[in-house]
Design a protein around this ligand. Structure first.
Ligand SMILES: C[S@@+](CC[C@H](N)C(=O)[O-])C[C@H]1O[C@@H](n2cnc3c(N)ncnc32)[C@H](O)[C@@H]1O
Length: 384
């Protein structure tokens, strides 16, 4: 961390160039002898990310870390959500990173230990927390060494493991993360009441339940219907063979859904051809895989075992997802250049292919759903 970046004239230069062309800026000579253009651009990029992702850091004297740390950091809204789930006397975040999660979670604890192996990043976060008036113990250590030497007991351990590589593999395992949670889970629970682990939305829930010993709850967290993270609580005492699953869609008015893991395999669906209303569960609920539970819980009929759309003649309120009033139409009813939000569920044509084939445009108020029931293929159009 270069403290000269915090000098008032450098801070003004950063604010004056927030809208500047960054590649062009990088070609210029820095006006400051002790601050490089790369350092200035790092601050501009950080500030821009912060405006969208964690606006509480858009303050004078805040120092932004390199791009990778910004990308790995949680957003303000998911950090706040995590904070709403935990409280106690003592906590430790073993993978501090940029400290966004820790910043919110720490509000509910009186003793806060923060561990990070990247010294420069730790110094940056310690500086930012002092600007923000927050207190904690900042510990520069590999978490394995910290665990080795630790003598304290914590109410909560928080971990947001980093991916070992940056390849976006479709499926990945806990072994691909640093730290390897499978290996250290028992050790963590020997010094904490609860462990909260943040994982990628790509991870499979059944896999988690099979490899972790003491899962209490699993949260699927979406923001505006985009699944952002999976949160797993391990509990030292409450070992649950069928953990609680919670699907939450933040920044929406949709209700949270809570059920037990068993329900994913034990619930039964009723099936029907499309009726008056069509229900599309939100992506957090879809990610849980509790497709039959949705039918049971909301008294809705499913179109087909592999079509995760539901239907009813009477409108069901408080559904965690989209409710459309629909009509079934023939392909010839589709007019060229009409605007639709196109959805394809368990249908041979993908939305892009549908758009091309019927010369349709994206957008507008109405939905067009290509799907199949147990008996037929359908084109359903929302009214309105
Ligand atoms: C995904 S980031 C955490 C982001 C953080 N939750 C936030 O909101 O800003 C993971 C961090 O864990 C750190 N880390 C990974 N393995 C570690 C280890 N064995 N010991 C200490 N820190 C580690 C990495 O350096 C990285 O900064």
């Amino acid at each position: 961390m270069n403290k000269s970046v915090l000098e008032p004239e450098v801070q003004h230069y950063i604010l004056d160039n927030l809208k500047g062309d960054l590649p062009q800026l990088l070609l210029r000579k820095s006006p400051f002898s002790d601050v490089s253009m790369q350092e200035i651009v790092q601050q501009i990029k950080g500030r821009k990310v912060a405006e969208k992702k964690f606006s509480f850091l858009c303050k004078e004297q805040i120092y932004f870390p390199p791009q990778l740390n910004l990308e790995q950091a949680s957003s303000e809204s998911t950090g706040q959500y995590k904070a709403s789930l935990v409280a106690g006397a003592s906590m430790v975040d073993l993978t501090l990173g940029m400290g966004i999660d820790a910043f919110f979670i720490a509000q509910n604890f009186s003793s806060v230990d923060l561990v990070e192996r990247n010294k420069d990043l730790l110094d940056i976060v310690a500086h930012n927390w002092s600007v923000l008036g927050k207190k904690a113990s900042f510990i520069h250590s590999d978490l394995m060494d910290f665990l080795e030497n630790n003598t304290k007991h914590f109410n909560l351990i928080y971990l947001d493991p980093a991916r070992r590589d940056n390849q976006k593999k479709k499926v990945f395992l806990l072994e691909d993360l640093s730290p390897n949670i499978v290996e250290i889970q028992d050790r963590l629970l020997s010094i904490a009441d609860r462990v909260l682990i943040k994982l990628s939305p790509l991870i499979d829930i059944a896999y988690l339940v099979s490899v972790l010993h003491s899962v209490e709850e699993i949260f699927v967290v979406a923001v505006k219907n985009e699944v952002k993270e999976i949160l797993v609580f391990l509990n030292r005492i409450k070992r649950n063979a069928s953990p609680k699953i919670i699907a939450a869609n933040l920044d929406s008015s949709e209700p949270e859904c809570t059920f037990y893991f068993d329900a994913i395999s034990t619930a039964q669906s009723h099936y029907s051809e499309p009726e008056k209303f069509l229900y599309i569960p939100n992506n957090a609920l879809l990610k849980t895989g509790a497709f039959n539970w949705v039918s049971e819980k909301f008294g809705l009929k499913k179109l087909h075992p592999n079509t995760h759309l539901y239907t009813s003649d009477e409108k069901t309120q408080d559904f965690p997802g989209r409710i459309l009033e629909i009509e079934s139409i023939e392909a010839k009813a589709l007019q060229k250049n009409e605007h639709y939000n196109i959805i394809s569920k368990n249908h041979p044509l993908k939305p892009e292919e549908i758009k091309k084939k019927y010369k349709l445009k994206d957008g507008g108020e109405r939905y067009l759903i290509f799907c199949q029931s147990l008996k037929n293929k359908y084109i359903l159009r929302s009214k309105g």
